[in-house]
Design a protein around this ligand. Structure first.
Ligand code: AMP
Ligand code: ZN
Ligand code: FE
Ligand code: FE
Length: 272
């Protein structure tokens, strides 16, 4: 079994890369992709650790991109890591934009009578501090009762403190991943709020999308069937994983979404 979708505390997961690898070993995974949001830090750290058991560690990323004004997640795998590849430099630019958004978000919250400090959210989020970390601070300080309420009242797109963050278009993400020698996979398509996901996927396949995430903890049997058929009909490879976040989403266990090894072999064949 393999798991091609997992987060560490370098984005919004709760485990260190070392703990995540140990858990992958304990779960008996053959391969594990670390797919933190917009950063390679989790993968980099994991890759530098000594590995006692032969789990295959795969370099991945989950890019936050935009499509029709909404956030769409795009997975990337096997990206080249050389200094000549501009991908890491590009990620640094995105990180700067995120930091700027976080400063403005903090200011908004302070104006709205929910005075939290930026460092409080950053203490939870390390380099990839995002709205989930702000939500946890708002709960911890009693300004809202639940994580969900933090998004409803303050942080969500309809929330009072919402500050839009610049994000690359989905098409740009696909192109950048390809240019860095990687393959792209459209993450958890069930979450994409467009009238016809089928049409979007067909179009993206035509401009270089390599794969579709068919197996995911948000997908039931009907979705798996629907998206497997869609992948087949668009000649896309198939990816899958649990989207493990540790204690942040305790219901979702690492390796809990069955994904066969052969999908990974087919994915590798798509490398440009
Ligand atoms: P950011 O990249 O900092 O803008 O945060 C985006 C993350 O916030 C997403 O990946 C979700 O985990 C979380 N998120 C966004 N909207 C909501 C919502 N309405 N309810 C709960 N979590 C949300
Ligand atoms: Zn996440
Ligand atoms: Fe995602
Ligand atoms: Fe994810």
């Amino acid at each position: 079994m393999i798991d091609l979708h997992a987060h560490t505390f370098h984005s919004d997961g709760s485990l260190s890369p070392e703990e995540l690898l140990a858990l992958g070993n304990a779960a008996g995974l053959e391969a594990l992709a670390i797919t933190d949001h917009d950063t390679f830090r989790g993968y980099d750290e994991a890759a530098s650790l000594p590995r006692s058991r032969p789990i295959e560690l795969i370099c991945g990323i989950e890019l936050s991109s935009k499509h029709q004004g909404r956030s769409v997640h795009l997975l990337g795998y096997f990206l080249r890591q050389g200094p000549a590849d501009g991908f890491r430099r590009w990620l640094e630019e995105l990180e700067t934009q995120r930091k700027d958004r976080n400063r403005r978000l903090t200011h908004q919250l302070q104006q709205l009578g929910a005075p939290i400090e930026l460092h409080e959210a950053e203490a939870l989020g390390r380099t990839m501090t995002g709205r989930p970390h702000f939500a946890r601070v708002l709960v911890a300080k009693g300004f809202v009762r639940t994580y969900e309420e933090a998004f409803e009242r303050y942080l969500g797109e309809a929330g009072l403190a919402y500050v839009e963050r610049e994000a690359p278009a989905l098409e740009e993400g696909i192109e950048r991943i390809r240019q860095a020698g990687g393959v792209s996979s459209l993450a958890h398509p069930v979450r994409i709020r467009v009238a016809a996901v089928e049409d979007l996927v067909r179009r993206l396949a035509g401009i270089g999308l390599d794969a579709l995430e068919v197996f995911h903890s948000d997908h039931g049997p009907a979705e798996r069937k629907r998206f497997l058929e869609l992948a087949r009909c668009c000649d896309l490879a198939v990816t899958g994983g649990s989207d493990f976040h540790g204690a942040i989403k305790p219901r979702i266990k690492l390796g809990s979404v069955p994904v066969e090894r052969r999908w990974l072999d087919e994915l590798k064949d798509r490398r440009p």
